[in-house]
Design a protein around this ligand. Structure first.
Ligand code: HEM
Length: 131
């Protein structure tokens, strides 16, 4: 199995990952409502981020954390949703690639998810949805 070494490999991971997200019982409604209408543009942003993060061959300057605050307020991004997101993300990578960058992609996603959750903890009090 190959490692993730170029943009095409990242695009492949992200496309398969979103296939899974859009079929997942816990997360499909959220992704259908939030990104399905403009899925292609969304996937480009996600791949740009990972190309920047893993390969350094792309600039990515958006505020990724700010992008999730509104999503959190609408859908309550709790630990259960993050765990599912991470499970699907890591499974997708493991099914397709093996190597240093594949490991970094999983480790970095877990780290970023942990930071996001800790940032949201301060706002959870105001959110009444629990599922
Ligand atoms: C339960 C977990 C997560 C959910 C439900 C989620 C959902 C979303 C949604 C709906 C958007 C679109 C926001 C918008 O355009 O207004 C988005 C954007 C994005 N997400 Fe997530 N996300 C999750 C976790 C993560 C994690 C852990 C990462 C990174 C490791 C990540 C990376 C990104 C990036 C890079 C964008 C694009 C931001 C931009 O450039 O505008 N997401 N996410």
């Amino acid at each position: 199995m190959r490692d993730i070494e170029n943009r095409a490999a990242i695009d492949q991971v992200i496309a398969k990952f979103y296939d899974q997200l859009l079929m997942d019982p816990l997360l499909s409604d959220l992704f259908e409502r939030e990104v399905k209408a403009d899925l292609e543009a969304h996937l480009v942003k996600i791949s740009d981020f990972w190309e920047f993060n893993l390969l350094g061959t792309k600039e990515y300057k958006n505020n990724m954390f700010a992008a999730h605050i509104g999503v959190h307020n609408r859908w309550n991004l709790n630990q259960k949703k993050f765990d599912r997101w991470l499970d699907l993300f890591c499974q997708t990578i493991d099914n397709l690639f093996k190597g240093e960058n594949a490991e970094r992609m999983k480790t970095n996603a877990r780290g970023i998810a942990a930071v996001m959750i800790s940032k949201f903890q301060g706002t959870q009090f105001f959110n009444k949805k629990s599922n």
